[in-house]
Design a protein around this ligand. Structure first.
Ligand code: ATP
Ligand code: MG
Length: 390
C-alpha cells in the first residue's frame, strides 16, 4: 500500500471535502489503468496496488499537486508479535547502522504506550540484527509504526510530494504559452495553486513555422504531467501582425501587438470559462515588461492577469524550467511571433494616447474577429499527438 499525506489542504477547514475529492479524482484519472484501489479518509489516503505497477504509480504521485508526502506502507494486524515480525522482515532489505522507532497510537485501546512500544520494537531489532544501534537525533533510518484499532501500518522512507493544491480546486485560467522559458514555468506554478489551465498560442504562419507550434505542443505535454487533459488554442495572427508592421511606428509595434494578444486572450478566456489570464511576464525582463509597458498593455482588458514569475530572477525561472523538464524544449531555436519583425528600439515607456492613436490606423476589431474565428483547438491529452478538433 501507499499512504498519502495531504499537502496544504489540511488547513482548509470547510473546503477540505472538495480538496480531498479533487485529489482523489486527479489520482484516480492517472492510475486507473493500473487497476489500483484508492481509499480516501479525512486525514490521509491509501492506494492498494499490484507490485508490478509500483514505479508507475510512484511517478504519478510525485507529479500530483496536493500531496505533502507519501510512503510505501506495509500492513499487518494490530498485534505486537506480528508487528515485530513485519518490521524485522522488511528492515532486512535496508542497509543501515543506526535507527529510530517512531510509533503512534491512533487508537488508544492498544495497551502499550507509544514510548514503551518504541522500546519493545527497538530491543527486538537490536536482538536480531547485529552491529546496529539506536540514534534518536540523526538515524540512518526511521521506522514509523502507526497503530490503529485493527490494523497497523509500518513504513520506513518518506517520499516528498510537490505540495500545493489539487489541480481543479480553484477554477480555470488561460495560460498564454509561447515557446519561451518563462511561460511553461508560469503554467506550472498556476497548476500548483490548484488552477486548471487551458493554453493559448499565437502564431504567424509562414513567418513562424510549424516546428515552432510543435515546440509549444511539446511544452504543453510536459504540463500535462501535472494536469488532466486541456485545450491549446492556436490563434493565427499573421494578418494582424502584418498590418501592425506596415502601419505602426516600429518602436510601438511590440506594445501594440501585445495589446492585441491580450484582447484576443480575454475573448478566448471568456468563451471557454477561464476566469483569469496567466502569463510568463517578468518585471523588467524586456522592454514590453517594464511597469510602464505592463500598465499600457494591461489596460485593454478587464480580466485579471496573473504573472506567477513576475518577481523571479531569470536564473530562478531557468532552475524551475530544468526541474520540470521544459528548459531543453524551450531553448530549441524556433522563432516566435514576438521575435519576428523585432524593432531596434522598442519603447520602454509607452504612452497610452499614442497607442490609441496608432491603433486607429488599423481595423483591429475585424482582424481580431478573424483571428478568433480561425483559431484551431488542439487537445492536449495522453492518447493523441496532434489531434486537431477544430
Ligand atoms: P517566455 O516568457 O515564455 O520565456 P519570452 O520571454 O520570449 O518567452 P515574451 O515575449 O517576453 O516571451 O512574452 C511574455 C509573455 O507573453 C510570455 O511569457 C507568454 O506568456 C506571452 N506570450 C508571448 N508570446 C506569445 C505567443 N506567441 N503566444 C502566447 N503567448 C505569448
Ligand atoms: Mg519572458
Amino acid at each position: 500500500m501507499i499512504l498519502i499525506k495531504y499537502g496544504e489542504l489540511t488547513t482548509k477547514g470547510d473546503n477540505r471535502k472538495v480538496f480531498i475529492n479533487t485529489l482523489y479524482k486527479n489520482i484516480f484519472e492517472k492510475i486507473k489503468k493500473y487497476d489500483a484501489k484508492i481509499i480516501k479518509e479525512y486525514s490521509r489516503m491509501y492506494i492498494e496496488y499490484q507490485d508490478v505497477f509500483e514505479d508507475e504509480i510512484i511517478s504519478v504521485l510525485k507529479n500530483t499537486f496536493g500531496i505533502h508526502a507519501f510512503n510505501i506502507v506495509f500492513k499487518t494486524h494490530t498485534n505486537s508479535e506480528m508487528i515485530c515480525d513485519l518490521v524485522l522482515k522488511k528492515l532486512k532489505e535496508y542497509n543501515f547502522k543506526t535507527f529510530k522507532v517512531v510509533s503512534k497510537r491512533r487508537d488508544k485501546s492498544f495497551p502499550i504506550s507509544s514510548m514503551d512500544f518504541n522500546r519493545v520494537i527497538a530491543s527486538y531489532i537490536l536482538k536480531n540484527i547485529p552491529n546496529i544501534k539506536v540514534d534518536v537525533h540523526n538515524p540512518d533510518i526511521y521506522i514509523h509504526i502507526e497503530i490503529d484499532k485493527d490494523d497497523t501500518y509500518v513504513y520506513f522512507s518518506e517520499i516528498k510530494g510537490l505540495g500545493g493544491y489539487p489541480v481543479g480546486v480553484q477554477g480555470k485560467g488561460l495560460l498564454m504559452l509561447s515557446g519561451g522559458i518563462d511561460s511553461p514555468v508560469a503554467g506550472y506554478l498556476a497548476l500548483k495553486r490548484g488552477l486548471k489551465i487551458d493554453a493559448i498560442y499565437f502564431e504567424a504562419l509562414p513567418h513562424t513555422s510549424l516546428n515552432a507550434r510543435d515546440k509549444v505542443i511539446s511544452l504543453a505535454k510536459e504540463l500535462l504531467k501535472y494536469s488532466s487533459s486541456f485545450n491549446l488554442y492556436v490563434v493565427p495572427i499573421t494578418k494582424l501582425q502584418e498590418e501592425i508592421y506596415h502601419k505602426i511606428n516600429s518602436d510601438y509595434m511590440i506594445t501594440i501587438l501585445r495589446r492585441m494578444m491580450y484582447r484576443i486572450s480575454e475573448e478566448i478566456a471568456k468563451k471557454h470559462d477561464s476566469l483569469i489570464l496567466i502569463n510568463g511576464e517578468s518585471i523588467g525582463q524586456v522592454a514590453s515588461q517594464t511597469l510602464d509597458s505592463m500598465c499600457v498593455i494591461n489596460e485593454v482588458v478587464k480580466i485579471p492577469v496573473v504573472r506567477p514569475v513576475a518577481c523571479y530572477d531569470k536564473l530562478e525561472i531557468i532552475d524551475l524550467a530544468k526541474k520540470i523538464n521544459t528548459y531543453d524544449i524551450s531553448i530549441l531555436p524556433y522563432e516566435d511571433c514576438c521575435t519576428i519583425f523585432v524593432p531596434k528600439h522598442p519603447v520602454i515607456k509607452p504612452r497610452l494616447d499614442k497607442c490609441i492613436n496608432y491603433e486607429s490606423k488599423i481595423d483591429y476589431i475585424s482582424l481580431i474577429k478573424e483571428a478568433i474565428d480561425n483559431t484551431i483547438v488542439i487537445k492536449i491529452n495522453d492518447e493523441s499527438d496532434f489531434d486537431d478538433l477544430l
